[in-house]
Design a protein around this ligand. Sequence first.
Ligand SMILES: Nc1ncnc2c1ncn2[C@@H]1O[C@H](COP(=O)(O)OP(=O)(O)OP(=O)(O)O)[C@@H](O)[C@H]1O
Ligand SMILES: Nc1ncnc2c1ncn2[C@@H]1O[C@H](COP(=O)(O)OP(=O)(O)OP(=O)(O)O)[C@@H](O)[C@H]1O
Length: 518
Amino acid sequence: MGSWAHRGTTPARISAKGWGWQHSGRTNKAVHDLDLEIAPGERVLLLGPSGAGKSTLLHALAGVLGDDEDANEAGELLIDGYPVAESRGRAGLMQQDPDAQVVLSRIGDDVAFGAENMAVPRDEIWRRVSASLESVGLKLPLDHPSSALSGGQKQRLGLAGMLAMRPGLLLLDEPTANLDPAGVVEVRDAVRRSLDESGATLVVVEHRVSVWLEVVDRIIVLAPAALGEPGGVLFDGPPAAVLAQSRELLTAAGIWVPGYVPAVRPREASSTHDAGELLLLEACGLGVSRTKGRRRHPGVPIAVVPSVRVSAGQALSVTGPNGAGKSTLALTLAGLLAPAGGQLLATEQLARGAGTAPLKWRGRQLISRIGTVFQEPEHQFVTGSVRAELLFAPKLLGRGGDSVDGLLTRLRLDHLADANPFTLSGGEKRRLSVATVLAASPQVLILDEPTFGQDANTWAELASLLTELLDAGTAVISVTHDAAFGAVLGGEQLVLGAPEQMPQGAASLLSAESVVQR
Ligand SMILES: Nc1ncnc2c1ncn2[C@@H]1O[C@H](COP(=O)(O)OP(=O)(O)OP(=O)(O)O)[C@@H](O)[C@H]1O
Ligand SMILES: Nc1ncnc2c1ncn2[C@@H]1O[C@H](COP(=O)(O)OP(=O)(O)OP(=O)(O)O)[C@@H](O)[C@H]1O
């Protein structure tokens, strides 16, 4: 009975005895001295500050850490009494990076993939595929291309694949980080219904605690080993008890305890444009589209924005449901995608003389004027170390790297200066992607989901840093589902509508308004 297949999809038991893991190339352990028992069918919310080893533990349980020969393992990690290496396939892991999860080119096949590997009968697979896609709210045809999905849609796709597998151990790594508020509840409820049917064991990692409280029966908080702490478990127990007894310690560790909003001075709302202001970007009737060859055959725009004006020192947040076109708008404003209609001008001060479409700028010209943080941080990395990444733009612009050490410290990356950017934790990657853009000191910052996957301490640091930049005259455009972040930055808000609410399938602007201050 050594194979997982014999154990089927029955709820899994997890046992860690003095377990630890040190990734290759690192001097610190990611997880240290972990002692833990999780009973079959338990539902656990795994918390901890960014870099505490949460994803490392989930990867270990899914059996996908063990191939790294230069890494060091200590102690024992068992599933149902067997080493994790003998339990591969027993767990369904939804990874933090939704891109890493997509394996097949059509969404139906992609969702079916895991269940096929578990030898589920064919008719049953396709019944599960349709039911899973519906339960996570991904209402697209089964042959829709997996590559043509927004970040939130990819996240829903990844979860649908896990639910269709019905594994005995469901491991979810920040499953709602890219979702709109309605999607967060939809996905949480889909997980709960699936667990009610299967009785599977759940370990879910999420920075935002409140959403999972009505699903989980236990909270485990990991202590960061990497910062010289002893590692292991900081707190463990029923949610109400952990949150009531340890509230202060948890907030000090950066955990998003329900009701806690880090103290960051909000900016004054300014929705009107003064005559003397320095206008940096101006768009009129701007259509946005991902269609290739747009100049000759511009596709049907997925969103149309009647008017955007962004001035020095002004914040603009772009919100709206998954798939509405927010990232596409951000890439268009950034000069990285051609407009599908209307006009986009960077005004005279920015273009030294006359208004210019940002799309015409190349390399140096663009990065010193408009800095863009992509939704997927990896898409931005071009060097082999964190420090080199931060020096890249200043070098290209012929400037010194004076700001680099300050940014490393401020965004809690100093202990990772020599690390390869691609090996960072999710939160660390996000912070690095923001820092690299700040290192070029652009006049306009465009940030796609800058706060997703951040613990509360780093959130506060990012919010303060951006408020200081706004005060100093940088314009900040952020695409975000994080209302508290939008409120701290103030300024104006664009709300894009869902594609299905709009005529001819195109999204459009629902409203433009001043951000309500906290
Ligand atoms: N493949 C890897 N190679 C080297 N170091 C790694 C690798 N993956 C993770 N690490 C390091 O191990 C530590 C723990 O990372 P992990 O991703 O487990 O943290 P986390 O708690 O999930 O963080 P976050 O909340 O930011 O996602 C981090 O310092 C990270 O830089
Ligand atoms: N690379 C791509 N190729 C083709 N279509 C795409 C691509 N990326 C996204 N789309 C489609 O364009 C639409 C808008 O996507 P976009 O990423 O701009 O949405 P979003 O509002 O940022 O969503 P989210 O909140 O989920 O990140 C979506 O309906 C999506 O299916």
